[in-house]
Ligand binder design. Structure first.
Ligand code: ADP
Ligand code: GLC
Length: 497
């Protein structure tokens, strides 16, 4: 399992939650999983004790560099982690960039990581049945297996699954950087990594993987259209019989109001009294007055994807009502400024915290009455799932995984099945009227309690989704031809030599 981030080691967003939890669940199901990550700065003080086990040389541009493998075990014996250590690339303050923007050598960084991950299998004497790579950062591993390693007879080539978490991040680089990939010029074509003159790593993964998936059935359909495909819809259409949608699960140990150590009081469906305590504590933490009014929450990357502009345009009218809202976010400087302005204009009603704060994210999920996600697109989204679990009613736009996981409250129409509020048009007035509806239902204590109860009963644990991944792995093993002829004597599959 190759990824650029995974909980509990490194996280900037939902990718980390998903990869970390999926690896653990697959291990629990009895599979032999190696989670491979770059060895970022700070991991030495992290929750996994890492120990250097191997050193070897890996090709990089016209040279080789020496990398180290550091291995450790996820707490509770939940499976091994392998980190690729190359300090000039990964001993940096950020995962992908810093305040000045993306690191200019990201292509070199992740090309080296992918190459080293494959070489690591050989160093470890371990040939996986499946290489499962996530997002553009690890797409080259899939390309390498089907090109540079195609005729490698020392092992049974693994089958590959590529998971697309977000079409908005494709790993685009100027063509002059192509030598960093180490690939032959023949792969820089319209049928390969070339994309309107640039290098596109996501496209590479999409073309070379045996099977593809994304993180919800609706998003799997959406990305085959120009609106959501970001100019790769044509490529996806050609592979549509190999493209699947699997809804993300959530880690029920980490996100559990009954045991959550980040929140002021624990609670459960049976005894919700702790949720009130959490609401009071959240107001205190964010310096909002203690008033008996609905409290809305949001935790988000501040990016166009998340519909922050819709929220900004809606807030003045929303905050004219007797409500309060708390927001935690990091990202785009423009949105940061707009949200800060609004918090200064609506003191005591709208509180903003800028930055990344895992504990506060939990406290918002627990303390808020409603959770707002007006995403312009959302491959899956995890916060609406956390919200359901925490008895916090999601108000979401009908797109991607949000459409697949929140059952809309429609007055007079099967309200007994509803778990949240859903709107379709990405327009501030439509968001506003949906929030009005939610606030109206909030006043009906019985109706609201029913919504909470239904939401908390939903099952979005990894159990189901991990099994769907296993089914895809099996399908890849059965349906796709191996990239290289099997040679079990020299490199047995799934076993140490
Ligand atoms: P995405 O991966 O697109 O950002 P998801 O909803 O899948 O969206 O996952 C976001 C994850 O990152 C959630 O676990 C959420 O709680 C967390 N998160 C986002 N922004 C912050 C923040 N500023 N501080 C703490 N956690 C955050
Ligand atoms: C991406 C998506 C988000 C998804 C997450 C994990 O970052 O934006 O919707 O939940 O990946 O799959």
């Amino acid at each position: 399992m190759l990824a650029s981030e995974a909980v509990p080691l490194a996280k900037t967003g939902g990718l980390a939650d998903v990869v970390g939890a999926l690896a653990v669940e697959l291990t629990r199901l009895g599979h032999e999983v190696r989670l491979v990550l770059p060895r970022y700065r700070g991991l030495e003080d992290g929750p996994v004790a890492l120990r250097e086990t191997h050193r070897f040389r890996v090709p990089l541009r016209h040279d080789h560099v020496e990398v180290a493998l550091e291995t450790g075990t996820l707490k509770g014996d939940k499976g091994p982690v392998v980190c690729v250590r190359y300090d000039p690339f990964f001993d940096r303050p950020g995962l992908y960039g810093d305040a000045a923007g993306d690191y200019p050598d990201n292509l070199d960084r992740f090309a080296l990581f992918c190459r080293a991950a494959i070489e690591a299998c050989k160093e470890l004497g371990w040939a996986p049945d499946i290489v499962h790579a996530h997002d553009w950062q690890t797409a080259l591993a899939i390309v390498y297996l089907k090109t540079l390693y195609q005729s490698d007879t020392t092992w049974t080539a693994p089958r590959t699954l590529f998971t697309i978490h977000n079409m908005g991040y494709q790993g685009l680089f100027p063509p002059a950087e192509y030598p960093a990939t180490g690939l032959p010029a023949a792969d820089f074509t319209a049928g390969g990594l070339e994309f309107y003159g640039q290098i596109n790593l996501l496209k590479g993964g999409m073309i070379y993987a045996d099977l593809l998936n994304t993180v919800s059935p609706t998003y799997a359909k959406e990305i085959q259209t120009p609106e959501y495909g970001y100019r790769l819809e044509g490529v996806l259409q050609t592979r549509k019989d190999r493209l699947f949608g699997i809804i993300n699960g959530i880690d029920y140990d980490v996100w559990n109001p009954t045991t959550d150590a980040h929140i002021s009081a624990n609670y459960s469906q049976k005894d919700m009294s702790g949720k009130k305590t959490c609401k009071t504590a959240l107001r205190r933490e964010l310096k909002l007055p203690q008033r008996d009014v609905p409290l809305l929450g949001m935790v988000s990357r501040l990016a166009l994807q998340k519909g922050i502009d819709l929220l900004v345009d809606t807030l003045p009218k929303l905050l004219a009502l007797d409500v309060q809202m708390v927001m935690l976010g990091s990202g785009d400087a423009l949105y940061q400024a707009e949200l800060t302005n609004l918090s200064e204009r609506f003191v005591g009603k709208f509180a903003v915290r800028l930055g990344f704060d895992d504990g506060l994210a939990h406290r918002i999920e627990a303390g808020a009455d409603m959770f707002v996600m007006p995403s312009r697109y959302e491959p899956c989204g995890l916060n609406q799932l956390y919200s359901l679990r925490y008895g916090t009613i999601p108000v979401v736009r009908k797109t991607g995984g949000l459409a697949d996981t929140v059952v809309p409250y429609l007055p007079g129409h099967a309200v007994e099945k509803a778990t949240g509020f859903v709107f379709e048009d990405a327009h501030p007035e439509v968001l506003l009227s949906t929030l009005y509806l939610a606030l109206q239902v909030y006043r009906d204590k019985t109706e609201w309690a029913d919504l909470i109860k239904r939401g908390m009963k939903q099952d979005f644990s990894w159990k189901r989704s991990a099994k769907e991944y296993v089914a895809l792995y099996e399908r890849a093993l059965v349906e796709t031809k191996p990239a290289a002829p099997p040679d079990r004597d020299t490199f047995p599959r799934g076993r140490f030599r």
